[in-house]
Design a protein around this ligand. Structure first.
Ligand code: SAM
Length: 294
């Protein structure tokens, strides 16, 4: 089956024949007639995961939720608008991003009180995973309303599961801090765990990460999962020294998840403290794809 276009944010249209017709017709829902499907529940916040590159990864339930909710709170209404457009969904949107999440939260609570069914989406992947949503979920739950997950794509899970590294236990640490001292401390803590470490990393900091790993423990097995679900998806595997050599011949492009094998054998420290389980909500300054300042 041909892939859909690699990045759904590209501003040109998908050929109509490549858009799954689930968006336009109930008849293509497998094994469920419309009357069998539970209607959305009033007073509920739906966390809707969206594709991280390949539009085929949207779920039937995500489409239905986005179609049937009363409005969508989106990290970036323009990006989500493009996604909705591709699936023929017309829906009112409000923006809900890191810097207005608190204010929007109050508005969303008012709407839930009035019985609204609200969908929250981030730019790509699962809301609240290194994306806005966590604060909103807490305030919705604190106010006594329902939160429902509409699961789907998540870069960390796609990367981890295809990496070949153990998935038995892992520490997801989102984006590392930018500041050298904090970053080194964090990485040192993470590497002291026997669990596989999963990080999100901007292409501008992959080289820095590899150099840090060369210094801290060149024996680790590292996997860089690049452009997952997109046309140029690839997995770069090796120790930090080899990967660094390879990296230096490459353009700094694409989205990356870094998977680092856990500490093994006699070196394994006994404790992983709770505060290592982990910060996915660093300020946007630290999440951006900008090059480092320091
Ligand atoms: N909420 C999203 C999720 O569920 O994965 C993550 C959002 S976070 C702001 C964006 C980061 O996720 C990127 O910088 C990259 O590290 C990772 N990421 C997102 N899409 C990716 C992809 N297609 N391939 C590799 N990494 C990806």
């Amino acid at each position: 089956m041909p892939r859909l276009e690699p990045d759904f944010v590209l501003p040109f249209a998908l050929p109509p024949e490549m858009i799954p017709d689930v968006a336009h017709s109930n008849t293509s829902r497998p094994q469920a007639e419309p009357q069998d499907l539970a209607p959305l529940v009033p007073g509920t916040l739906y966390l809707v995961a969206t594709p991280i590159g390949n539009l085929e990864d949207i779920t039937l339930r995500a489409i239905r939720t986005l179609k049937e909710c009363d409005f969508i709170a989106a990290e970036d209404t323009r990006r989500t608008g493009i996604l909705l457009n591709r699936f023929g969904i017309e829906k009112r949107m409000i923006s809900c991003f890191q810097h207005n999440e608190r204010r929007r939260g109050a508005e969303i609570l008012e709407a839930l009180k009035a019985g609204a069914r609200v969908a929250l989406v981030s730019d790509a992947g699962t809301p609240a995973i290194s994306d806005p949503g966590e604060r909103l979920v807490r305030s919705v739950l604190d106010a006594g309303f329902r939160v429902e997950s509409v699961p789907g794509p998540c870069a960390l899970i796609s990367a981890l599961t295809a990496s070949g590294t153990t998935c038995d236990q892992f520490l997801f640490a989102g984006f590392l801090p930018h500041k050298s001292g904090q970053r080194r401390k964090r990485l040192t803590q993470l590497l002291a765990s026997p669990a596989t470490v999963v990080l999100y990393e901007s292409p501008f900091r992959v080289e820095r990460l590899l150099k840090e790993l060369v210094e801290l423990d060149p024996t680790r097995h590292v996997v860089l999962a690049r452009e997952l679900t997109k046309l140029h998806e690839e997995f770069l595997r090796g120790n930090p020294v080899d990967l660094l050599q390879d990296w230096q011949k490459r353009p700094r492009k694409g989205e990356f998840v870094a998977i680092i094998s856990g500490m093994t054998g006699a070196q394994t420290p006994t404790d992983v403290s709770d505060d290592m389980l982990v910060q996915t909500h660093l300020p946007s300054r630290e999440r951006s794809d900008e090059p480092d300042e320091d």
